[in-house]
Design a protein around this ligand. Structure first.
Ligand SMILES: Cc1ncc(COP(=O)(O)O)c(C=O)c1O
Length: 476
């Protein structure tokens, strides 16, 4: 009996400890042994059940098909940030146990990032940035010495992988084909014709979802003496990405990505780059954190990564990024890819049954696309349609030219001169498409819901046009 009581007391203490631990803010581990999976991840999306007010006054949960813009937080990511903030102290500058702890975690997350992208720590350095745009701007400002430096990019790019090069150097472009895919022979043609210093390409398009064979581009770039930079904004949460190719000449030299597109919206991101090249340069961002010592009229700057991280670091951004990497790897990129393919196919099949639909890119072969589908209807202005989807049905899409204007005009078939006519136009009068972009937590039922309400949303948008706008050309 006495032994039984001891056992019971032990059990109760253990239960209390477990209870206390789970109240610490740590998300309960997923049930069973399965961990975070493609099937249960939806349960961990922050705000998935949040009801928002629609234009008609009703309240509804949002069907979020705007994941290429940004992804919602995952609860374990939010929990990790909250937990680590308890031990937060100044990074790299303070003398305190919290400062030491935070500095260690901040720096060891660099190793996690290196491992995530298969980069050799002996050759590559990670520096943190606010997002992909910030990372590409920092690289452009560091690597490009003057306007005579030539950067080759493509016409599929987001503005963030175009304008920083335009502003710092001389940019030339490889065209896309009729379906909007990158043309590798065009890249080689440009490399042959020009003395290119850097080739900068996206790993996946935010408009059509096409995945670029960046290792093939790396091989071409290296053959002609250039280095390769990869915009990883749309790949990191969708496909396993490795900086290592099959042979050394296929390796990627620089890779840039944002954490807010991988379920950690705390404003972090990273650039992974060749240490020796980073050390030879420095971006035009100066101040605290970048130096070894400063005299009255002289400065000795530190090496990378410090020289690339001016100012106080974004600790939550880095913590969130580290946790997001863990979760995405646990869910598994093969599972993510397979899931996206099902959603892509279902949506494209459904859309193609509708009258007057235009689905951009190759709608017969979806095998080289991440979870992005972009479309229009030739008889309706899609600005009005996207508004109806949001206001009546709580469906979040994006409508416009997605910060990839030159690519979108090509898909539209508009010339540069024709586009100039829209310079002063309001959004509704400017050509645009609707983009559905999937996250790991979207479901087939959500795609069915969109397909089901689309005809009604189209009717409403047409009525709105007839009654209030009278746009002659429905596409713009
Ligand atoms: C392909 C691509 N590159 C770059 C960016 C810029 O990313 P961020 O806004 O996180 O800087 C985006 C954003 O949508 C993108 O899709």
């Amino acid at each position: 009996m006495k032994r039984m009581k001891k056992w019971l007391a032990g059990f109760m203490i253990l239960s209390m400890v477990i209870c206390l631990l789970s109240a610490c803010g740590e998300t309960a581990a997923p049930e069973g042994d399965s961990g975070y999976t493609i099937d249960n991840i939806r349960n961990y999306v922050v705000g998935i059940d949040e009801k928002m007010e629609l234009a008609n006054g009703s309240k509804k949960t949002v069907t979020n098909f705007d994941n290429a813009a940004t992804t919602p937080a995952l609860q374990p990511v939010a929990d990790e940030v909250e937990e680590e903030l308890k031990k937060y102290g100044s990074i790299g500058r303070g003398f305190s146990p919290k400062s030491d702890y935070s500095t260690d975690l901040y720096n060891s997350t660099r190793d996690k990032v290196l491992e995530f992208v298969g980069a050799d720590p002996e050759k590559y350095t990670v520096f943190y940035v606010n997002n992909t745009t910030d990372g590409l701007n920092k690289l452009a400002s560091a690597l490009i010495e003057d306007k005579s430096d030539v950067v080759l990019t493509t016409r599929i790019e987001h503005h963030s992988n175009d304008l920083p090069w335009r502003e710092n150097g001389t940019v030339i472009y490889a065209e896309v084909d009729d379906q909007g895919r990158v043309m590798y022979d065009e890249i080689e043609k440009q490399l042959k014709k020009n003395k290119v210093k850097y080739v900068s390409v996206t790993a996946a398009s935010n408009v059509t979802g096409y995945v670029t064979d960046v290792h093939r581009v790396a091989k071409l770039a290296h053959k002609y003496g250039a280095k390769i930079i990869v915009d990883g904004a749309q790949i990191v949460a969708h496909r396993k990405f490795s900086m290592l190719g099959e042979t050394e000449d296929e390796n990627i030299d620089f890779f840039v990505f944002s954490a807010h597109k991988m379920y950690s919206p705390y404003g972090g991101g990273a650039v992974v780059g060749l240490t020796d090249v980073l050390r030879e340069h420095m971006p035009k961002f100066y101040g605290g954190g970048t130096i070894n010592i400063v005299g009255d009229d002289w400065v000795e700057y530190a090496d990378a990564p410090k020289s690339y991280e001016a100012g106080s670091p974004n600790y939550p951004g880095v913590i969130g990024l580290g946790k997001a990497i863990d979760i995405l790897e646990e869910v598994g990129f093969d599972n993510i890819e397979a899931h996206e393919k099902v959603l892509n196919q279902k949506l494209v099949d459904g859309l193609l049954k509708m009258d007057n639909v235009i689905v951009y890119g190759d709608s017969e072969d979806l095998s080289d696309r991440v979870g992005v589908v972009t479309f229009n209807f030739s008889d309706i202005n899609t600005h009005l349609l996207a508004e109806q989807l949001s206001q009546q049905y709580g469906i979040a899409t994006r409508r416009g030219a997605f910060c990839a204007n030159p690519y979108v005009w090509r898909l539209y078939g508009l010339t540069d001169e024709e586009v100039r006519n829209f310079a002063e136009c309001s959004d509704v009068n400017t050509p645009g498409m609707i983009r559905v972009s999937f996250g790991i937590y979207n479901t087939e039922e959500e795609v069915d819901y969109l397909l089901k309400v689309l005809p009604d949303a189209i009717k409403r948008a047409k009525k709105e046009n007839e009654e209030n706008l009278g746009l002659a050309n429905p596409l713009y």
